[in-house]
Every structure is written in structure tokens, then in C-alpha cells.
Write a protein that binds this ligand. Structure first.
Ligand code: FES
Length: 236
């Protein structure tokens, strides 16, 4: 069991936190390509590692991932106009390219516009997913091709699922070898412990309960008119 302080370290992933800095050293899925399907389509909101971002595909087809709030007065660029290879803030019209550079500022002279830049992250689109690297540029590694680079859109399906929990805690739970999940059940039953050799129920010398005690549980009440049900039999 982790202590509360250790869970604090594990679950805080914003900029400057320990886990946040660690996870920012890896390419991370940001959104589906289908959420920004065509050049000039509306931007998509992305909440990633505690940051509010906006993804957009500009009118030239380039993908950008930038901070959601405009650096001028904080208006949401989710409502921005995706036009002329720029994302234009609807409040005062400042416009930004996919690299976060301000390239048009209707109310100010050109020199000031060139000084403004907002947070943006590099992206790589592969297999219907927009991946991003949120760590320092100097530590950025090349994108690792999972076998999806270069495939046509009709050769893969990408989907996403929102799980409201910390990613590392969920991963740790999935790796828990004592969990009564079907995958673990199969692995355990096909790999008997040397100290507890498996005996076949058919042999009459014992039952699977002898070597896989976690597959049955006394917590399962007997069925009406029947015998107690094992967890394994219910999940297999
Ligand atoms: S708030 Fe975006 S241009 Fe002013």
C-alpha cells in the first residue's frame, strides 16, 4: 500500500511535478485525428497532463497543439477561427500558427506581434492518433513507430476511452498478479507453481482449487438450489 504522500507524488502530473516531468519525457496520445478531421475544421479541446490545450488542423493540413487560452486576454482558442493557415482568436483577432507564433495582430504594429508566442507542442500523426511530446525540446526523442506510420486511413481504426483515474495507478492495478481478471486466470492455470503442482480434477487426486486457491472464493454465496460458484467459472 502506498502512503498518502506517495500517492500525491504519483498522481500530480502538471508542469513542474515529479510525475509530470517524467511523463513529459514520452510521446503521448493527445487526440484522435478524427477530432480534427479536415483542413480548416473546428479546433478540439485537449486536456493533457493537467494542461488545457487546443488541437487544430490548419487550412494547409498542418496539425497544431497549443495552449487553450489566448496570451492576450485569455479567451479560449477553442472558439477560434481556423482560417488562412492560422488560428485566430475571436476576441481581438490575434492569430497564431501551428507553432504558437503570433503572425497577425490587427490592433498593434508588426514589431510587437513578432514578440508574442504561446505554448505549443510538437506533434506526430500516426495511426489515426495525434501524438505529442510535452517535455523539453533538448530531451525529445524521435517518435517511435508502433507499426502505424505510413498506413492509409482505411488500414487502421483508432478509438479512445476516457477513464477518470490516474494513468500510473491504473497501470499498476492492471499489472497486479493477484487480480482475478480472466487474463491472469488463464496464465495462472497454464503455469502451475513448482511448489504446488497442478493436479487434474479428472484424475480424482484433487481439484484445481489445490493449486489456484484464488480461483474460488467463499465470498460467493451459493446459488439457490445449487453449489457455491467460483470466481473463475463466472469469468471464464
Ligand atoms: S484575447 Fe485573444 S486577441 Fe485578445
Amino acid at each position: 500500500m502506498l502512503k498518502a504522500e506517495e500517492n500525491e507524488i504519483l498522481t500530480r502530473v502538471g508542469p513542474g511535478t515529479l510525475m509530470g516531468e517524467l511523463l513529459r519525457r514520452y510521446w503521448t496520445p493527445a487526440c484522435l485525428s478524427a477530432e480534427i478531421p479536415a483542413p480548416g475544421s473546428p479546433p478540439a479541446r485537449v486536456r493533457l497532463l493537467g494542461e488545457n490545450l487546443v488541437a487544430f488542423r490548419d487550412t494547409r493540413g498542418r496539425v497544431g497543439l497549443v495552449q487553450e487560452n489566448c496570451p492576450h486576454r485569455g479567451a479560449s482558442l477553442y472558439f477560434g477561427r481556423n482560417e488562412e493557415a492560422l488560428l485566430r482568436c475571436v476576441y481581438h483577432g490575434w492569430a497564431f500558427d501551428v507553432d504558437g507564433k503570433c503572425v497577425d495582430m490587427p490592433s498593434e504594429p508588426a514589431p510587437f506581434c513578432e514578440k508574442v508566442r504561446m505554448k505549443s507542442y510538437p506533434v506526430h500523426e500516426s495511426g489515426g492518433i495525434v501524438w505529442t511530446y510535452m517535455g523539453p525540446r533538448e530531451t525529445m526523442t524521435p517518435f517511435r513507430d508502433f507499426g502505424t506510420d505510413g498506413h492509409d486511413a482505411d488500414e487502421f481504426i483508432a478509438a479512445k476511452q476516457l477513464t477518470t483515474c490516474n494513468w500510473v495507478q491504473a497501470m499498476e492495478g492492471n499489472l497486479d498478479t493477484s487480480g482475478p481478471i480472466p487474463g491472469n486466470s488463464v496464465a495462472r492455470r497454464s503455469s502451475p507453481s513448482p511448489r504446488s503442482p497442478r493436479r487434474s480434477p479428472a484424475s480424482g487426486t484433487g481439484s484445481s482449487r489445490a493449486c489456484t486457491p484464488w480461483t474460488t472464493t467463499s465470498r460467493c454465496p451459493p446459488k439457490p438450489g445449487g453449489t457455491a460458484t467460483s470466481a473463475a467459472s463466472r469469468t471464464s
